[in-house]
Design a protein around this ligand. Structure first.
Ligand code: URA
Length: 238
């Protein structure tokens, strides 16, 4: 969809509208290889190549994969604390980004950050049953019966009933893989609490059909490819 160039540049570059206008007026912006100095020019980022100082802008919606480190809050703002948005490199920052689903401060792994509200709703809605896979390091070896308890739907200590979940254990039964299809507050930690265990560390490995990119260091983030977005989205059941 065609949009005013000054608004598009401000959104894509995460700068003010007046900064975007001066960038355009000074001749740094090209549309399909032609310099455009008219701030009200309308361009369509889906059809035209728009660049600032030769660099293509990230127009349209952003879908970012982050390998969240421990000690950072999954929120857009947190008083006196670092948020996941603070970790984004300048090239990925733009207005309207938020984490699509939270991880606890000490949970690490795959966090999806976007500015696409309907997409976030789609993957977070409990009715959509998007799978999330975690790896947990446990304080005590899990009991083999826990597998069945998770599969039946656990009742948490406060009485909340969880939907059936998959639990797999390693030989020592202290490293667990858990697949859940909902996102209750501290859910995985509370599930293990309900069976008398304790989660020492927790990492999210997968959302829907997409695994965390093993090449992303803790704290690093990158744009997801359209194929990766489809893998998350395509796994949304009705
Ligand atoms: N379950 C938890 O307990 N914590 C998370 O961060 C995610 C799932």
């Amino acid at each position: 969809m065609a949009e005013r160039l000054d608004k598009m540049i401000a959104d894509a570059e995460n700068c003010t509208r007046s900064k975007a206008r001066s960038t355009i007026r000074c001749g740094a912006v090209e549309v399909d290889g032609e310099t455009v100095r008219d701030i009200a020019y309308r361009a369509d980022p889906a059809r035209e190549r728009i660049t600032v100082s030769g660099r293509p802008i990230a127009a349209g919606r952003s879908y970012i994969m982050m390998n969240k480190p421990a000690g950072v809050v999954s929120a857009t703002r947190a008083q006196g604390e670092r948020t996941v948005l603070d970790l984004l490199p300048p090239g990925l920052r733009r207005r309207g980004l938020f984490p699509a689903g939270r991880l606890d401060k000490d949970t690490t792994g795959f966090l999806l950050i976007t500015d696409d509200g309907p997409f976030a709703h789609e993957i977070l809605s409990p009715r959509r049953h998007v799978e999330k896979e975690y790896e947990a390091l446990l304080e005590c070896p899990a009991a083999p019966e826990d597998i069945q308890a998770f599969a039946q739907g656990l009742r948490l200590r406060d009485g909340t009933l969880c939907a059936p979940a998959v639990l797999e254990l390693d030989a020592a039964r202290t490293t667990a893989r858990i697949v859940i299809r909902e996102g209750k507050y501290h859910q995985v930690r509370r599930m293990f609490e309900a069976v008398g265990n304790y989660v020492v560390s927790l990492r999210r490995l997968r959302i829907g059909g997409l695994y965390l990119d093993a090449a992303l260091a803790p704290g690093a983030a990158r744009l997801m490819t359209p194929e990766e977005v489809r893998k998350v989205r395509g796994s949304c059941g009705e």
